[in-house]
Design a protein around this ligand. Structure first.
Ligand SMILES: [Zn+2]
Length: 203
């Protein structure tokens, strides 16, 4: 079972490790009033079209954003600001199991009409339906399963959405090795994210 899980994950482009599961982070919260960049974040819950299959998501969105700011972003002068909270009815995205190997492209295609270019969009799905994946570069979108939201998966996927690639140094948020050790970005990565935010806001 474990091997199957690993093979499954290896086959996915841009997807991140399943070791992310159940690794809560304990990072001192730092908040700042003097932020260099602020970017809006929309939260979009993905639901299937069949009403009887629809799931409830028990997320306190404001707490989620505060937690990301305090643990990862404010200390570097980046602020995430609560944007809109929406629901996207999309069967393809809700259950990505039919799209093995093409999760990233399916995700980007299926979200093309529901994101805004001047902000981040975090799409949330249920754990049972796929692993966590994110867009990269100009895509400013992340797809995160709801059980990963309070783990380092969230800043990792936001990093991808703000233009970051994987980085192999242990302890780095963009590392795929030992996710339980992930805790910070490099200054270079912070610069990349800030530039990306500037580009997004000029759209
Ligand atoms: Zn990744």
């Amino acid at each position: 079972m474990k091997l199957l899980k690993i093979l499954f994950v290896l086959s996915i482009f841009f997807s991140c490790t399943t070791e992310d599961d159940y690794v809560p982070f304990q990072i001192e919260q730092v908040f700042s009033d003097t932020l260099e960049r602020v970017i809006k974040v929309d939260i979009i819950y993905v639901q299937p079209s069949t009403r009887s299959n629809q799931k409830s998501y028990n997320l306190d969105e404001t707490h989620f954003i505060d937690n990301l700011n305090g643990s990862f972003f404010h200390r570097h002068g980046i602020g995430l600001e609560m944007g809109d909270v929406k629901t996207l009815i999309n069967d393809e995205l809700y259950d990505l199991r039919d799209n093995r190997g093409t999760e990233s492209s399916t995700f980007l295609r299926e979200t093309q009409d529901s994101y805004k270019e001047d902000r981040l969009s975090i799409y949330i799905i249920k754990r049972a339906h796929t692993v966590a994946i994110a867009g990269i570069g100009k895509d400013q979108r992340a797809l995160i399963t709801d059980e990963f939201l309070y783990e380092t998966t969230a800043p990792h996927e936001i990093g991808h959405a703000l233009g970051l690639f994987h980085y192999s140094e242990e302890g780095n948020i963009m590392s795929q090795i030992r996710p339980y050790l992930r805790k910070d970005f490099t200054l270079r990565q912070i610069d990349v994210m800030k530039s990306r935010i500037d580009e997004m806001k000029s759209n």
